[in-house]
Design a protein around this ligand. Structure first.
Ligand SMILES: *Cc1c(COP(=O)(O)O)cnc(C)c1O
Length: 233
């Protein structure tokens, strides 16, 4: 398990260097370990290093792990979310942020379930900045309208935007997608929509985190570069 510690140190160092280079405070950039398909033992190593929030992409796995961890751990849902699973997240007080809200119908369901649980649920709107038909997320040009509509839901709070850039070996190739997300957030901010904050930009993964930081990322989603290969079984 030495591996995880040293990998984590490496990532932390890369974040430090990139934040410094782009004139940003380290505290503005959160490393979110993505623990999907990784064991509880591996997660405990990361937890012991002070990481109290994890990202998961499947509701079932998130719920199972939530049972196993102490009350200090909080969860981020980062994967495509089906409406029939929303109720489980709403019942989970430690579900901190849903990154993957990609339709008004989904936001509406989150609002409904959050209301039943008498809580507010924090969300990010997932934007398909690459306009790739095979990807989830709304198109950039639809985003402002959707955020405006969601702002009418009492039990849902929009905290920012999320994007998944297309994979590329060359991080410079994904810069336009990150930039597009930041510019969109600025545009939405300028609209001053009631109750809407553009505080979080969830973008950047292990191979492009430097570019993401330069473009304003506040949450970096890093999985295998910390935990190693995923264990599918
Ligand atoms: C799995 C996943 C990640 C992390 O991917 P790794 O290859 O494990 O680093 C980041 N974002 C999303 C949306 C994911 O589903």
């Amino acid at each position: 398990m030495e591996d995880i510690n040293s990998r984590l140190l490496k990532i932390e160092e890369r974040i430090k260097v990139a934040a410094k280079r782009s004139g940003r405070e380290l505290s503005e950039v959160k490393l979110l370990p993505i623990s999907k398909y990784h064991s509880l033992d591996k997660m405990r190593i990361v937890l012991d290093k002070g990481y109290l929030e994890f990202g998961e992409s499947r509701v079932q796995e998130l719920m199972e792990k939530n049972e196993k961890f102490s009350s200090e751990v909080e969860w981020h849902m980062i994967g495509h979310l089906q409406r029939n699973k929303v109720k489980y997240l709403a019942r989970m007080p430690r579900c901190k942020l849903i990154h993957s809200v990609d339709s008004l119908r989904l936001a509406k369901e989150i609002n409904k379930r959050a209301k039943q649980e008498e809580r507010i649920m924090n969300i990010l709107v997932q934007v398909n900045t690459a306009q790739d038909d095979n990807k989830f997320g709304i198109y950039t040009k639809e985003a402002i309208e959707m955020v405006k509509k969601i702002s009418g839901f009492e039990n849902v709070k929009v905290k920012g935007l999320m994007t998944i850039a297309p994979y590329s070996d060359n991080p410079e190739e994904v810069r336009p997608y990150f930039r597009k997300l930041r510019e969109l957030a600025e545009k939405i901010e300028a609209e001053k929509i009631d109750g809407v904050e553009m505080k979080e930009l969830s973008m950047g993964m292990s191979n492009d985190l430097e570019v993401a930081i330069e473009e304003g990322a506040t949450i970096l989603r890093v999985g295998s570069a910390i935990f190693g290969e995923r264990e599918y079984n």
